[in-house]
Design a protein around this ligand. Structure first.
Ligand SMILES: [Zn+2]
Length: 411
């Protein structure tokens, strides 16, 4: 079954009022502003992930102090606890979380696929065994929209047919076509005019399928569009090529959201290839294991004994509350013993991501991407003076992507 060639016309009017302005361009990259009902989002943007309507180890007030404008919340977790009807009763997700700025909710489908032992997908929707109650449940596209409308986020995601990124054969095309049909069903179920609905581009690693899907979904997208099905264990050489091909195939007026991207190098490369939005649990999850994100060398495992008497902040240049007030030695002493250890690293890691994206935006605005890129890569891969490290080779995929963008690396 092929999707209808015509996009449905009954879309909420207010979606037209949400808009994306491109303020500056440098090479393939864009510096933009996304106007949503609860905030203006400066792009390229990294969106921290809160699962059960809370950010683990950080308060909304602290995120506002860092000028974070948008969060991602997991529909699946919220649907389970406290339940979408309760969230609606509480006045919606913004009110329940005490978060006045923008929120994006996912469709719930991805979590079902990853958490459920028993899961099948047919034309009706996703059928899965609840990991909480053991009973079989259904999630058709309409239900995903009903839940997301009860939650009330600024951006909702369509339910898509998720397959493993390394899947090959006809099923890739079938899942892509089904995702387009499900998008049409989501669009019909979408009745709230103060929420945007993002399609999710599928097609695996097949660039022709990706281009076909981009053309169909661009017809149906009103505010923005996501590039899905990546960051699932594919080679980096394939990852960046799919991102580049999708960005090239999508119209310039829609912000492009690459799902599940959160490593610093990936954020920088994808932004410079023309992507605008990203999310990942990595910075908060890794904080819980005692790892702090830094520009020089990428990461510090504060569990290591060498930090016992290290009285410097995590990052001397960082202006987060953790770096202003606490030392590596103190954090090392409380890691795995007190929740404050996780809290302090989480605050720093989110600030690290937001600062990195602010620097990417600045480099695009000033048309100094090549200088920024060289400094950034020599920080990540170059020698770290005080640790006697010789540094690492810049991976070939990074060199290939930079070459594709037309920049020269001096390192
Ligand atoms: Zn910091």
């Amino acid at each position: 079954m092929s999707p209808n060639s015509e996009a449905p016309q009954n879309l909420p009017k207010c979606q037209a009022e949400m808009r994306f302005d491109v303020l500056a361009k440098a090479g393939l990259a864009r510096r933009g502003q996304l106007f949503l009902p609860h905030s203006v989002v400066e792009t390229p943007v990294f969106m921290p992930v809160g699962t059960q309507g809370t950010m683990k180890g950080i308060l909304p007030e602290q995120l506002i102090d860092m000028d974070c404008r948008i969060l991602l919340c997991n529909t699946y977790h919220l649907g389970h606890r406290p339940g979408h009807k309760k969230v609606q009763k509480a006045g919606g997700l913004h009110k329940m979380m005490n978060w006045p700025r923008s929120i994006l909710t996912d469709s719930g489908g991805f979590q079902m696929v990853s958490l459920s032992k028993l899961m099948t997908i047919d034309e009706t929707g996703v059928n899965f065994e609840s990991p909480h109650t053991g009973e079989m449940m259904e999630l058709p596209p309409e239900k995903s929209i009903e839940i997301q409308q009860a939650l009330g986020a600024d951006i909702m995601m369509q339910l898509d047919h998720v397959i493993h990124v390394l899947t090959t054969g006809d099923v890739v095309q079938e899942a892509m076509h089904r995702s387009i049909r499900w998008l049409d069903r989501c669009n019909i179920a979408h009745t709230r005019d103060d929420q945007a609905l993002f399609p999710i581009l599928q097609g695996g690693l097949n660039l022709e399928l990706r281009a076909e899907c981009a053309a169909e979904m661009a017809k149906r997208a009103r505010v923005g569009i996501a590039i899905g099905g990546l960051s699932g264990g594919e080679e980096k050489s394939q990852f960046w090529r799919v991102v580049a091909a999708c960005c090239a195939a999508l119209p310039p007026h829609l912000p492009r959201y690459v799902m599940g991207v959160g490593f610093a190098v990936d954020l920088v490369i994808c932004s410079l290839l023309g992507a605008d939005m990203f999310d990942c649990v990595f910075p908060t999850r890794t904080a819980r294991f005692g790892t702090a994100l830094v520009r020089k060398g990428g990461q510090l495992s504060l569990n290591q004994k060498r930090f016992e008497d290290d009285f410097r902040p995590i990052d001397e240049k960082c202006e987060c509350d953790t770096c202003k007030n606490y030392t590596r030695a103190f954090i090392h002493s409380v890691i795995n013993k007190e929740t404050i250890g996780c809290h302090l690293i989480t605050v720093h890691n989110i600030k690290h991501q937001l600062d990195l994206m602010a620097d990417v935006r600045k480099s695009i605005e000033l048309d100094q991407v090549e200088i920024f890129l060289n400094n950034f890569l020599s920080d990540v891969y170059g020698p770290i003076d005080d640790e006697g490290s010789k540094g690492k080779e810049i991976p070939q995929w990074v060199r290939d992507a930079v070459n594709h963008m037309g920049y020269k690396l001096s390192c």
